[in-house]
Write a protein that binds this ligand. Structure first.
Ligand code: GDP
Length: 596
């Protein structure tokens, strides 16, 4: 209660009508009526911004307090970008403004590449070395005597790869949305990535030259996902542009400067040198060539560099136009030569005293890495996340949820949200429909979360990615089991996890009809072996059609217990007959993974 007796409710920057209603314990219908009285038409699942929520709840006798994620709170939760944590000991007096670093994201074909090209072409004067330079994946433009750095790798894969390694490449995200197509699945996905990184967003409403563009409709769709345009009294800048006609580009740059000015974008140019690898490759003639983004301090030719497990001394440095340069200050993208190995994108680099020191540390890290990879434990299994959570290392359980249809997604999300009681918090990073993709896994990896699937499968790329990034993927087919598992995990009472172990695969070549037995798949074993007592998945173009026991396994006319790679066999399944030529049958058993 505040002094004057008005009850105070903490409200985040955006909140759904449903959640707002439950916060003040009134019916959502009453909230919707109040919104209507204030000229806002909203449905129960719609996101409204803090200011609107504040006005509405005032009518019910509540005062809203902005639940802003203060930087020190974030720091406490270990959520500040790693490089910011590293420079945390810089004296605030030494910090100076630096150019904002901007990343461009959005749905495929909405014009990310065209926009980045248009900005580069209209704002970059050709350097002397112009034309012969190899393109580096970042550039800088000037706008009203202010510099802006653009990361020229559109799409959230690169952005998330960086975050997965603890780095944060960008200060501002430009979300490109085509005015003739609107908010699409990858728009939502990109938004989830950016929000998880707590990076401010500007929307570039692209393709406004198209006759069928419909900015108002798109603005409504943006509002529905919580991006309320500023001309609709929200706080998201929505800038109409045409990348093709090069219209609105200056307005977009202006918006970037405005957002930059309202955010602390600073570094100490004389401090410790830290930055991120944007990309790196091995060039036959030049050796390792890496694009670095300097984030603190000033990088100089001759500096001894340490990047993860690689090291070296900067032999030469070039700006994005290929001009040789001797020093690079914060936010400057540079191409450097002189590293020993190719570092992964997203890795942090630092400058150390000498090349010798860099080599020693790199060697030590290599040994540690080998030892770590010998251990088999999953860094982010649900069990271990819980242990970390209990130990106070993780403040919430972060989930990426994928379900087959919207109809099952909503009840799952709602019941998981209900599990957030008291100290225990479930943070849903992203919820969407469709199979589990590499991006889902990367989002979970970047945020130390896990991926939960309901009636969906993970494609092979996603599975590989989960192995590399050590992300736990859990798939369920009963909602109750799913929520029960999460609840048990939160209570630290989770049963040992069972994991599928693939024993072998077979490809269906033809289908036979056998009286009494039904349809039998004539297969060739393409990997491992098929065991009569194991279970089988039927996969068609990566989609899981069936999961169940084997009813018969024959080699020629004989019943067999197992059949190995390269051999032909006939397979019957209990409960599935709709085989088609080309289907993949995946034979697996379940293995119990002990809780460590
Ligand atoms: P990305 O997949 O988001 O990088 O999209 P692209 O930049 O490759 O653009 C996809 C298509 O949209 C290309 O054919 C572009 O020429 C076209 N396009 C991009 N921006 C505009 C625009 O402002 N107006 C029109 N009419 N077409 C555009």
């Amino acid at each position: 209660m505040s002094e004057n007796g008005v009850k105070i409710v903490e409200i985040p920057s955006t909140v759904t009508v449903r959640d707002l209603a439950s916060m003040i314990d009134v019916s959502p219908i009453d909230v919707i009526k109040q919104l209507m009285a204030n000229g806002v038409m909203a449905n129960i699942n719609q996101q409204i911004d803090f200011d609107t929520a504040a006005i509405v709840i005032a009518e019910f006798g509540f005062e809203a307090e902005h639940l802003a994620a203060a930087e020190d709170e974030l720091e406490e939760a270990g959520e500040l970008p790693l490089w910011r944590q590293l420079i945390g000991d810089e004296d605030p007096k030494t910090l100076k403004d630096r150019p904002p670093v901007v990343t461009v994201l959005g749905h495929v074909d909405h014009g990310k590449t065209t926009l980045l090209d248009a900005i580069r072409l209209t704002n970059v004067a050709e350097g002397e070395a112009g034309g012969i330079t190899q393109r580096i994946s970042a550039y800088q433009v000037e706008h009203n005597e202010r510099s802006i750095t653009f990361l020229d790798t559109p799409g959230h894969a690169a952005f998330t790869a960086m975050r997965a390694r603890g780095a944060q490449g960008a200060d501002i995200a430009v979300l490109v949305v085509a005015a003739d197509d609107g908010v699409m699945p990858q728009t939502r996905e990109a938004l989830a990535h950016v929000q998880a990184a707590r990076v401010p967003i500007i929307v570039a409403l692209n393709k406004i030259d198209r006759p069928n563009s419909n900015p108002d409709k798109v603005k409504q769709e943006l509002s529905d996902i919580g991006l309320i345009p500023d001309d609709w009294e929200g706080d998201t800048m929505v800038v109409p542009v045409s990348a093709k006609e090069k219209e609105g580009l200056e307005d977009l740059l202006e918006a970037i400067i405005l957002v930059a000015d309202s955010t602390e974008i600073k570094a100490n140019p004389s401090g410790k040198v830290i930055g991120t690898v944007i990309e790196a490759e091995l060039d036959k003639a030049k050796g390792v060539v890496a694009t670095f983004l300097v984030q603190n301090g000033t990088l100089r030719v001759g500096d001894a560099i340490l990047v993860g497990t690689s090291c070296g001394k900067i032999r030469a440095m070039f700006d994005f136009q290929g001009e040789p340069i001797k020093v690079a200050r914060p936010s400057k993208p540079v191409s450097v030569m002189g590293l020993s190995d190719v570092p992964p994108a997203g890795e942090l680099f630092t400058v150390v005293e000498s090349e010798r020191e860099a080599r020693n540390i790199a060697e030590k890290r290599k040994i540690e890495q080998r030892e770590r990879s010998r251990g088999t434990s999953k860094a982010q299994s649900l069990e271990q996340l819980f242990a970390a959570y209990k130990a106070g290392e993780v403040k919430e359980l972060r989930l990426v949820i994928k379900a087959d249809v919207q109809g099952s997604l909503e009840p799952i999300v709602n019941s998981l949200k209900e599990l957030s009681v008291g100290e225990i918090k479930v943070n849903i990073l992203h919820a969407g429909t469709g199979n589990i993709s590499e991006n889902d896994v990367m989002l979970a990896a970047a945020s130390q979360g896990i991926v939960i699937g309901f009636n969906v499968t993970a494609d092979q790329v996603a599975k590989n990615c989960a192995d590399v990034e050590d992300v736990d993927i859990r798939v369920y087919d009963i909602i109750y089991r799913l929520t029960e598992d999460i609840e048990l995990a939160l209570k630290g009472m989770l049963e040992p996890e069972t994991r599928r172990v693939v024993l072998g695969k077979a490809r269906v070549r033809e289908v036979f009809r056998i009286p009494k037995l039904g349809n039998i798949a004539g297969c060739v074993v393409t990997e491992g072996e098929i065991l009569r007592n194991a279970r089988m998945l039927v996969l068609r173009e990566d989609e899981e059609l069936f999961n169940g026991p084997i009813s018969s396994l024959k080699h020629e006319k004989d019943d067999v217990r197992e059949i190995r790679n390269g051999f032909e066999c006939g397979i019957g399944l209990k409960g599935f007959e709709a085989f088609k030529e080309g289907d993949i049958l995946e034979c697996y058993t379940e293995e119990t993974v002990p809780i460590t």
